[in-house]
Design a protein around this ligand. Sequence first.
Ligand SMILES: NC(=O)c1ccc[n+]([C@@H]2O[C@H](COP(=O)([O-])OP(=O)(O)OC[C@H]3O[C@@H](n4cnc5c(N)ncnc54)[C@H](OP(=O)(O)O)[C@@H]3O)[C@@H](O)[C@H]2O)c1
Length: 263
Amino acid sequence: MDTGLEGKTALVTGGSSGIGLGIALALAEEGVNLAIASRNPDEAALDQVRAKGVEVTRIAADLSKEEEVLRMVKEAIAGLDHIDFYINNAAWTWHQPITKIDSESWYKTLNTNLSSCLWACREMSKYMISRRSGSIVIIGSTVRFIPAYKETSYRISKVGLKSLMQNLAVELAPHGIRVNMVTPGHYKTRMTGNIPDEIEEKLKGVIPLHRFGNPVEVGHAVAFLLSEKLSGYTTGGDLVIDGGLSMLPLRFMSEQEIHDMNL
Ligand SMILES: NC(=O)c1ccc[n+]([C@@H]2O[C@H](COP(=O)([O-])OP(=O)(O)OC[C@H]3O[C@@H](n4cnc5c(N)ncnc54)[C@H](OP(=O)(O)O)[C@@H]3O)[C@@H](O)[C@H]2O)c1
């Protein structure tokens, strides 16, 4: 299906690893030229994206700092001539139980995940309003629905991103700019890399589709939301890509009974 994305340009934060790389690869597959920004974008990953035949601009920036975010936006516009789409994906989490949260990790989490998105979207909004076109996708998390142990700061940052996305959507709609969210469930990436195998197996057990997501599946959702042709009437939307995790159905039956009951 033609998404109409061929020849467009996008800035993706955190786009050289995990879910961000999945997004970059899915957009490259559609012929979107990319600027990829993070503290240290991985060259090998960028080459993997370039191999799809698109142009890739590498931007090294610590997005927890406002001045670095401003520089990223300028470099992305200069590198690609113009920017059609902004995808806010970069984030991190510092695991701390409630009695041990320190100010440093709290502010680091909020600055990396939430403030950086506000700063970038403010700059992208001014730019997109001047062009009367553009589209933004923000990556959320199902942690918003289900509190996770030691993830207070991370969860609050993701709850904040949802509000930010909704405010952007209503304020930018008069200018023809759409803003949406993609909310992933569980994916095996650097961020989730420390989970022991036996816990992962248990987690798969409670996900209705019984598997973790593939980062490129988030990428396909992002491509859908950026495509005017496929989702031109969608703004303020939130596409949950979690294999059913956030529904957490209560299980009163065995796996076999659940499988067989509708046969
Ligand atoms: N994995 C999951 O199960 C899951 C579930 C729900 C939501 N998510 C969301 O998916 C997104 C991507 O996470 P991931 O799982 O793919 O983890 P990941 O591979 O570790 O990606 C995080 C990315 O953010 C960048 N980053 C972190 N701190 C930064 C900073 N200060 N400045 C600039 N870039 C920074 C990292 O690049 P550098 O190290 O080069 O800076 C990296 O590319 C995040 O928004 C995360 O909250 C993930």
